[in-house]
Design a protein around this ligand. Structure first.
Ligand code: GLU
Length: 488
């Protein structure tokens, strides 16, 4: 690996299930690094302490490893510019923030959340975009010192030019111009002493010697803030590439409400990582029809930043299925295929846990496929009859239950059997129903039948992403029943 080559990073925030968008961005950075003899790095951006969790961090590492995107430096493997987790770097940022304040590029702000809210409401009422009004920018140094000494909560904000615009060249968007007027006086250091994303991101990209920053298009509007911080610190900004966001086939922003977006959903259902990388990699290269099947080496060979398409990467699951099928049929030897299936079934100990739960419930092994098959099955769609068979609960009520359970489960920070159970008990309480009534439709939603393995264990084994999709499918089935009965 060359010491002087390009250095690129993927910088996920561990605040949710690892998203296919992260794999897409990581793949771009990986291909870029491999193509240019550079280095691919993983950095965990967990400055948002309220939303980041160790469980999600572990999951994102696991998911990117599953994708085959190996990093040369990262929180698990170390490297010359560590630590690679921002919460472990807290002390590193302070001197940079201090320098900005000393040089008059940033200031302490004592405005309370209440004042800021009032200010924003006023701006909105006038039809203006909410933005800090600069009140604390003009405080005298003695007053600032006295208030800090008195322990008054405060943040540090950056100053922003009032006139002109920020011009830069983006590797995907070309020449971009954003008026300074549209840029807020960003908070750089929070009241708890943690830097914000913007501050930590710039300092880390500098210290980790990142040469090219490739990330989602949603960060394009933040570039002026970042460029300004680089300039204030007397540093050279990296080259930016803002990748078009992935979209649903209807061209709306890819969202888990329409399409499963968790990497773990695709691994659980038996997509091959090679096929997923192949599918995502096609967004970054130009090929002719018939050339779609490509492994990582071929993607690297064809990778060219001039070939990006700006119109957006459509996450077309039919195309992914088609590619995955071809990978299974054409690229795996018989032995490799068998090995892959075994590895897939063992993932997250699904097979082991399923068997453990089944042992006391069978009289012969041949009953296993029908008892625990649902743990491995893809595209499970329960029959209407299975919902109709639920005693004492009509389809309207079932629909209500399914619709109430979904947002409640989304709020779970840690996904395990105990939390799932506690959540469903709470839902039952809130709805004034017995737990039995709430879980009956969930049995059907998860397994397609009303008698199967214990529900809470099964939901833990299936995992958040698969459970989400099954509930969505169940909701569609039951909504269809309700609509049909209304027509009668
Ligand atoms: N932590 C940011 C994210 O989750 C990274 C953005 C960047 O790469 O600068 O998307």
């Amino acid at each position: 690996m060359s010491e002087t080559g390009p250095r690129l990073r993927i910088a996920p925030s561990p605040t949710g299930e690892p998203h296919v968008g992260t794999a897409y961005t990581a793949l771009f950075n990986y291909l870029f690094a491999k193509k240019t003899g550079g280095t691919f790095i993983l950095r965990i951006e967990d400055t948002d302490a309220t939303r980041s969790t160790p469980e999600f961090e572990e999951k994102v590492l696991e998911a990117l490893k599953w994708c085959g995107l190996e990093w040369a430096e990262g929180p698990d493997v170390g490297g010359p510019y560590g630590p690679y987790r921002q919460s472990d770097r807290k002390d590193i940022y302070k001197p940079f923030v201090d320098k900005l304040v000393e040089n008059g590029h940033a200031f302490h702000c004592f405005c309370t959340p209440e004042r800021l809210e009032l200010m924003r409401a006023g701006q909105r009422a006038e039809g203006k975009a909410p933005k800090y009004d600069g009140l604390c920018m003009h405080l005298k140094a003695e007053e600032v010192k006295a208030r800090i000494d008195a322990g008054e909560p405060h943040v540090v904000r950056m100053k922003v030019p009032t006139e002109g615009s920020c011009k830069f060249t983006d590797g995907v968007y070309g020449d971009v111009e954003i008026p300074w007027d549209a840029v807020d006086m960003q908070v750089l250091l929070k009241a708890d002493g943690m830097p914000t994303y913007h501050m930590a991101n710039v300092v880390d990209d500098h210290l980790m010697k990142i040469t090219h920053v490739a990330r989602g298009e949603e960060w394009l509007a933040s570039v002026p803030k970042h460029i300004l911080i680089y300039q204030y610190l007397g540093l050279e900004p990296p080259t930016f590439f803002h990748l078009p966001l992935m979209k649903n086939p209807d061209r709306t922003k890819l969202s888990k409400r329409k399409n499963p977006t968790s990497i773990s959903y695709y691994s659980a259902l038996g997509y091959l990582p090679e096929a997923l990388m192949n599918f995502l990699g096609l967004f970054f290269i130009q090929i002719s029809e018939g050339e779609e099947m490509m492994d990582m080496d071929e993607l690297i060979a064809k990778f060219d930043t001039d070939n990006l398409n700006k119109s957006g990467a459509v996450f077309d699951t039919q195309k992914l299925d088609w590619l995955n099928g071809r990978w299974l049929r054409e690229k795996l030897s018989e032995d490799d295929f068998i090995l892959r299936v075994a590895r897939w079934a063992a993932e997250n100990e699904r097979m082991k846990k399923g068997l453990t739960l089944s042992q006391s419930r069978i009289s012969k092994l041949g009953e296993l496929p029908s008892l625990m098959g649902f743990l491995l099955q893809s595209d499970l769609v329960p029959a209407e009859a299975a919902f109709a068979g639920i005693k004492k609960t009509n389809p309207e009520e079932i629909l209500d239950i399914l619709r109430t359970v979904q947002p409640a489960l989304e709020k779970l920070v840690e996904w395990n059997m105990d939390n799932v159970e506690a959540c469903l008990r709470q839902v039952a309480d809130d709805m004034g129903k017995k737990l039995r009534t709430v879980v009956a439709p969930l049995f059907v939603a998860m397994s397609g039948t009303s008698r199967s393995l214990p529900l809470f264990d099964s939901m833990e084994i299936l995992g958040r992403a698969v459970v989400r999709q099954r509930l969505k499918v169940a909701e569609q089935v039951v909504a269809g029943m309700v609509a049909a009965s209304a027509e009668k």
